[in-house]
Design a protein around this ligand. Structure first.
Ligand SMILES: [Zn+2]
Length: 95
C-alpha cells in the first residue's frame, strides 16, 4: 500500500508597509510563500505548487501576488529603507 499526500509549507519572506486594498490602511504586510509538496509515506518529495501572497496585519486580508510581484516586493523590502513608494501624494493640510 502506497501512502501519499500533500503537505503545505509557509515561508515568511519579508514584511512590507503597503496600503491595504481591503481596509485602506498603510499597514505592515507579510509577504509569504506557500509551497505545497507531494509526500510519499509522509516524506516530502517535491513541490507541486508555489504561491505567493501578502497578508495585511491590520485586517488580515490576504492577496495573491505573482512570483514577479513577490520578487519585486521582496527587493523593495530588503533594499530600501521605507521610502519605496513612488512619490505617493500625501494629503496633509498645510497652514
Ligand atoms: Zn487591511
Amino acid at each position: 500500500m502506497i501512502i501519499f499526500g500533500t503537505k503545505g509549507y509557509l515561508y515568511r519572506l519579508a514584511i512590507l508597509t503597503l496600503v491595504c486594498g481591503h481596509c485602506g490602511n498603510p499597514a505592515a504586510h507579510t509577504l509569504s510563500k506557500r509551497v505545497t509538496k507531494f509526500t510519499l509515506f509522509f516524506v516530502p518529495l517535491f513541490p507541486i505548487s508555489t504561491k505567493y501572497l501578502t497578508q495585511c496585519t491590520f485586517c488580515g486580508a490576504e492577496q495573491k501576488v505573482t512570483r514577479e510581484q513577490a520578487e519585486q516586493l521582496q527587493a523593495q523590502g530588503t533594499g530600501g529603507n521605507g521610502a519605496q513608494t513612488h512619490g505617493q501624494p500625501q494629503q496633509q493640510p498645510r497652514f
